[in-house]
Design a protein around this ligand. Sequence first.
Ligand SMILES: NC(=O)c1ccc[n+]([C@@H]2O[C@H](COP(=O)([O-])OP(=O)(O)OC[C@H]3O[C@@H](n4cnc5c(N)ncnc54)[C@H](O)[C@@H]3O)[C@@H](O)[C@H]2O)c1
Length: 328
Amino acid sequence: MNQRILVTGGAGYVGSHLVAALLDRGESVTVLDNLLTGHREAVPAGVALIVADLNDGAAIDAVLSDGHWDAVFHFASLSQVGESMRMPLRYLQDNAGNGIRLIDGCVRHGVERFVLSSTAALFNLDSDAPIPEDAPIDPQSAYGDSKWMIERALRWAGQVHGLRSACLRYFNAAGADPAGRLGEDHRPESHLIPLVIDAALGRRAALDVYGDDYNTADGTCIRDYVHVSDLASAHLLALDALREASVVWNLGNGAGHSVKQVIASVERVSALKVPYRIVGRRAGDAGVLVASSVRAQQAGWRPVHGDLDDIVSTAFAWRQAHPNGYGG
Ligand SMILES: NC(=O)c1ccc[n+]([C@@H]2O[C@H](COP(=O)([O-])OP(=O)(O)OC[C@H]3O[C@@H](n4cnc5c(N)ncnc54)[C@H](O)[C@@H]3O)[C@@H](O)[C@H]2O)c1
């Protein structure tokens, strides 16, 4: 196809998997990343890496004015809910401020398609029913609110300037490239599956499980784990859908798994024991968060790694091959 695509945050976990999928499809990709939480090694040889911060308006203008871009994918952001409650203004400035600056640049430089990494943290629901896109928006963190601000900016940019956008609200991204090229390496790690794997491998002390008194079958929280390569395929589909119109999609498996089910899966896949202890609930944690991804499925999205053991085994294989992550 060979479209010219800019990926902000393409050195990070989800972004790097999308870059690989774009390359596999024959697109021409440039990554813009400040390497704050991303890794140079996650950007394949042959992909131009521009090391720049999105708060640098001149740098963004220079990139966007350098020829025609068919689309921009925007992954770059701070993304820790807990941290955002300690530094709400930094999150609003970095995420919402940078996001709106990038959208403005796209409008001024004639980019027609924009894909945003949004989040389930827009919702404040605790229900067994899968959450559809039109569920009430009520972010409970500065992180979630910063993404909602970008979604609203995209709505105005569409209405007034004709920029078409895809707001893709991921639930819990998980797993690693099945071909072993890429994996998850957040420092510090805050995501459950890599934490459970490291506990199994003896690379950290016992895992803290935040509460076992939720209204779920085993009392622990239930989340919707969606494989990072399935997320990448949804992005490709969104890129094509944007030739016609803007979209808003929730992206998850539609099947939740509890913390104890994740622990059991890691034990099955690794044949190791996971040491863990139950501690108190964490403020703000909902009992159940599961996506309804009907819209994306109606557009043709078919996740192929829906099985939890499949997701965990790709994550485990990458961690075993890269015990110290990238650069290790
Ligand atoms: N991982 C998940 O489960 C999940 C769930 C919902 C939404 N998201 C969203 O998906 C996106 C990617 O998440 P991830 O887990 O890959 O995170 P990540 O931290 O691995 O990747 C983010 C990337 O953005 C870069 N970056 C951050 N701030 C920047 C800035 N100001 N300028 C330039 N580059 C910057 C980082 O260096 C990193 O490479 C984020 O927007 C996140 O909010 C992730």
